[in-house]
Design a protein around this ligand. Sequence first.
Ligand code: NAP
Ligand code: ZN
Length: 350
Amino acid sequence: MTIQALGYATHTPQSDLVPYHFERRDPRPDDVTIEILYCGVCHSDLHTARNDWGGTLYPVVPGHEIIGKVTAVGSAVTRFAPGDTVGVGCLVDSCRNCEPCEHGHEQYCKSFVGTYSSVDPQDGRVTQGGYSDRIVVSDRFVLNIPKGLDLKGAAPLLCAGITTYSPLRHWDVKPGSKVAVAGLGGLGHMGIKLAKAMGAEVTLLTRSPGKEADARRLGADHVVLSGDAAQMAAVEDKFALIIDTVPYVHDLNPYIPTLAVDGTLVLVGFLGPLEDALVTVPLVLRRKAVAGSLIGGLPETQEMLDYCAEHGITADVEMITMANINNAYARMLKSDVKYRFVIDMASLKA
Ligand code: NAP
Ligand code: ZN
């Protein structure tokens, strides 16, 4: 028996999200069936709904910052039981055999299955995400939500949290490291909180003059307007790591001089060709790097959740009803989010 589900989907790049009835798969022995309580709203949901990256499979139910309660488990599931509070992020499967999968870096598996708008190779179904009442996910891709975390604020950890935690760890941020975060949105505010918790000296690079007080409250030591040449010159040669969360094409050249020797600017936002063309001179002369990073694997995502529970870190959220999602997308495009929308899924059932 397949499971009947209700969600919100968009049917074309131009249309609003509307109520949508669909089927979840018949649970397999390793599956966990989850009643969704909360789902964060990521800018990637919007990119996918609007087909910004091409390849969206319509209709699409977005949502990959999922918190829910387990309602049933298959016969092979040992890590979860009905009643457990769990999370699901951006991945719901992968090949499980390649080198990245064997190292727990499932996000770098060439055959990973995204939580929405992906084809599940086991049954050919298109996956549908967390803007819905329930989801069925293989136990390897389900996270344990540690006790003590506020569940609404924990939802964005499943994408915004791990996407910033992973590069902070990979580039070995520790007490005293000079870290900058470009863009204060969902990812950016988690980047500031996490870098601060790791002991870094944190700078926000923002195009928005109005965000300084919030940035400092979130943990930034310094705020620099990225469009102000004098302010950018004042932080020349400073950063060991810049996490660039800006979602749309932007000129990286003004940021590169702010990296120290051996510094890295890691792109986690924009996907596509850079404009203006990147001038290589400062990279070559001072061994600087431009890199990319994608979410995190399942072991590192669990590590991040446990770290956040230990350090009392959650997202700053604005709760919305499911019916308000189109307005939330419009506000996200205006950078009017403080700092993550989270859908209360009880509003879908109501
Ligand atoms: P968001 O909440 O909308 O925040 C993006 C921030 O970037 C804005 O608050 C704004 O900050 C800045 N910004 C927006 N438009 C800009 C523009 N045209 N030029 C310069 N700055 C701009 O988005 P998010 O959810 O944090 O996601 C950010 C990006 O990361 C998206 O592209 C998303 O798809 C991507 N993403 C990647 C991964 C990954 O694994 N790599 C995971 C999740 C999301 P200021 O006002 O402070 O400048
Ligand atoms: Zn996301």
